[in-house]
Design a protein around this ligand. Structure first.
Ligand SMILES: [Zn+2]
Length: 413
């Protein structure tokens, strides 16, 4: 049956809310990874987005702050951002959206009560509740082959819970190749100290051995704005001779998250990174030279978003995903999603959560879904004005592509 323009907000809103979600990039781990499985109010409040917002008020030095226990840090964040000021920032509102979803009426004096609520949830129960609330099919983790705390958990049990799928993260290979080669040498791979055909082969063996343990859906790296395809450096060679051939051999995509300027303020730790604009022309060249490979790309700088849309129009093997980190704010998500839909139809992956704490899945998806639904309503309204007719099934097909279908296709699932 044909949808009328006045029915659009309700129909689209309901379909978007009910849409099953594939979350292409998170920093979450399954409940079996005890200390890595972050959840509950103290982890929510000590999220690095909220730490920097707290430290900005200058009431406590970063050094003194990080010397506190997690609970005391959370107390400090709560007092600064929720008691002494109104929690209007996106990251603050996110905490309140989570609490509301659990039926908690948060108020400045309710932190103890909130802590008591989370203590009642077992890790498994907690994961079940969040996955149901956010309507998630699965999330993709960030699995760092160079992090020995994490790799200690790897093996069949690590990937048993199919709600948590793996992605093999390889930043040191590209960002600090000397240290990465030394690390691999110590693990029994004959890499470096100089780049050679043997080193490239040994790097591919290292990638294969790691991939065999966690069955990654893709290889991933977070890169500085200075990244260039074939830039003549050791990193460029590693990209060309180890990483790209490995992805081709396994038929998995390469995800590049580009634009991070690491630790511009080291004292802020995880919150100390900034951003910069990258070279999209270089990404176009990479897509041109590797038509048989899928690239998942997200860029951190707002100023890169238009040229990235243009590049995606030229290269079907370039899949744009998400509004990353500093872009994950309602005003920017709206602007970027509108632009992408105008230029790419529904052939992009509008969002990923980047969640580090389990409960963040609830707010990050609720907030994004609301905006994506609004953008869809606007575009469908304009479509109906032309005399084009739409059915509920047409709309559902588009929404399913945006929230899961395009991601599954990009992953070859
Ligand atoms: Zn991330």
């Amino acid at each position: 049956m044909q949808v009328q323009v006045n029915e659009l907000p309700k129909i689209v809103g309901d379909l978007v809310r009910e849409a099953r979600v594939v979350d292409l990039h998170t920093h979450l781990y399954p409940p079996m990874c005890k200390e890595l499985f972050l959840r509950g109010i103290d982890d929510l409040l000590t999220y690095h987005y909220l730490l920097v917002e707290t430290l900005r008020y200058g009431r406590i030095t970063p050094e003194a702050f990080f010397a506190l226990s997690k609970e005391k840090q959370a107390d400090e964040v709560w007092k600064t951002l929720f008691v002494d000021h109104s929690p209007v920032s996106e990251a603050c509102r996110g905490v309140l959206t989570v609490l509301k979803a659990y039926g908690i009426d948060a108020a400045p004096n309710s932190l103890d009560e909130i802590r008591d609520f989370f203590k009642t949830l077992s890790p498994e129960e907690h994961a079940d509740r969040v996955f149901a609330a956010a309507n998630l099919d699965y999330v993709v983790m960030t699995n760092d082959a160079f992090d020995q705390v994490e790799t200690a958990y790897w093996g069949p049990d690590f990937i048993k819970d199919k709600r948590f799928r793996a992605a093999l993260r390889i930043d040191p290979l590209l960002n600090t190749p000397d240290a990465a080669m030394k690390f691999m040498r110590e693990k029994g791979y004959n890499t470096g100290p100089k780049m050679s055909a043997e080193t490239a082969a040994e790097m591919r063996r290292f990638l294969a051995d790691n991939a065999d343990q966690i069955e990654p859906l893709y290889l991933a790296a977070s890169l500085p704005p200075t990244f260039r395809w074939k830039d003549g450096t050791v990193s460029g060679q590693i990209m060309e001779e180890a990483i790209v051939p490995f992805c081709k051999e396994r038929n998995i995509p390469l995800a590049l998250m580009i634009g991070v300027r690491k630790l511009v303020n080291p004292e802020m730790r995880l919150g100390g990174d900034s951003l910069g604009r990258c070279c999209v022309a270089s990404l176009e060249q990479m897509c041109l030279e590797n038509p048989d490979m899928r690239f998942l790309i997200t860029l951190l700088s707002r100023e890169n978003q238009h040229e990235l849309c243009v590049a995606a129009r030229k290269f079907p093997n370039l899949k744009i995903f998400g509004c990353w980190w500093f872009l994950n704010n309602p005003s920017l998500v709206r602007e970027i999603t509108e632009m992408r839909m105008e230029m790419l139809g529904v052939s992009f992956i509008p969002q990923h959560s980047d969640a580090r704490v389990l409960d963040q899945l609830i707010y990050k998806w609720a907030h994004s879904k609301e905006i994506i639904a609004d953008v869809l309503v606007d575009n469908y309204s304009k479509l109906l004005e032309t005399g084009w007719s739409l059915t509920k099934e047409d709309i559902k097909r588009d929404i399913d592509l945006l929230f899961s279908g395009n991601a599954n296709e990009a992953l070859g699932l």
